[in-house]
Design a protein around this ligand. Structure first.
Ligand SMILES: CC(C)(COP(=O)(O)OP(=O)(O)OC[C@H]1O[C@@H](n2cnc3c(N)ncnc32)[C@H](O)[C@@H]1OP(=O)(O)O)[C@@H](O)C(=O)NCCC(=O)NCCS
Length: 227
């Protein structure tokens, strides 16, 4: 199964709003603060870059404003084309002028996250991670002080998105395990939700000051970049 991933920057987002669906323009008009407006637009732009690639074989002459991405009441994104819900999976993240989105043309459990690598306090680590994760962070941090806590945090957020719960559940109920050590490519890890008794398969990657993670319930996946 293919999971397509795409990364975009705020500078890539068109200045005009023609590419937004009317329902998206309505949502956008409710945001008061420039940062929220710009983050949200970056997320939509990144998601539409991913979706237009996924949909191109099936929908000829598709305009970006035929696509819309809405949120369920829990906040999870859903994608529509010509106002029909698409039977696909999508997840997105936006942070520090970067947008990251993953899509799959099957309805799987899918989550992605992007985090700036930064120091995390002992209080944060003790509050949000379980003992086995804290041991992984301690070991890795000796060599890469900012990487490991950020990586495990991002892995949890991706898993919470795949579960569609977001941060409503205790993050310690997600266990990040078997984290492979980094190279420039996608490195595997596993995640287990003790509440749902469900296992997930993840990948992580460091790129400059950021960590990217992707989590799904499918073991056999190919990660394909959309450039
Ligand atoms: C979901 C959550 C892990 C997001 O992480 P984050 O680091 O703050 O932000 P990111 O940029 O990585 O991700 C934001 C995206 O996550 C997605 N998301 C939000 N809630 C989600 C959920 N329950 N399940 C899956 N994806 C979710 C959305 O697409 C959102 O972007 P958008 O609002 O522009 O569509 C976390 O912040 C959270 O749980 N937030 C609470 C959401 C909430 O309470 N929503 C209720 C009403 S909207």
């Amino acid at each position: 199964m293919n999971i397509y991933w795409v990364k975009r920057e705020t500078a890539d987002v068109p200045v005009n709003d023609d590419w937004l669906h009317p329902s998206e323009k309505e949502v956008y008009s409710t945001f008061r603060f420039p940062k929220k407006q710009s983050d949200w637009k970056l997320g939509r732009w990144t998601a539409k870059c991913a979706l237009s690639h996924l949909l191109a074989p099936k929908y000829a002459d598709l305009n970006l404003n035929d696509i819309s991405i809405t949120n369920t009441k829990d906040g999870a994104p859903e994608a529509f084309c010509n106002d029909s819900l698409l039977p696909i999976s999508i997840s997105l993240s936006h942070s520090h002028s970067l947008g990251f989105c993953v899509v799959c043309d099957h309805p799987i459990q899918l989550g992605c996250d992007l985090e700036l690598m930064e120091s995390r306090s002992d209080l944060f680590i003790n509050d949000y991670f379980n003992p086995t994760e804290r041991a992984i962070i301690r070991k890795g941090s000796a060599q890469h002080p900012k990487l490991w806590a950020t990586l495990l945090w991002s892995a949890k957020e991706s898993t919470l998105k795949a579960l569609k719960t977001g941060l409503k559940i205790d993050t310690r109920l997600i266990n990040i395990q078997e984290v492979s050590n980094g190279n420039d490519h996608w490195n595997p890890f596993k995640a287990f939700s003790s509440e749902q008794e469900a296992g997930f398969y993840g990948f992580w990657k460091q790129d400059q000051r950021f960590v990217y993670t992707i989590v799904s319930n499918e073991e056999d996946v190919q990660l394909i970049a959309i450039v």
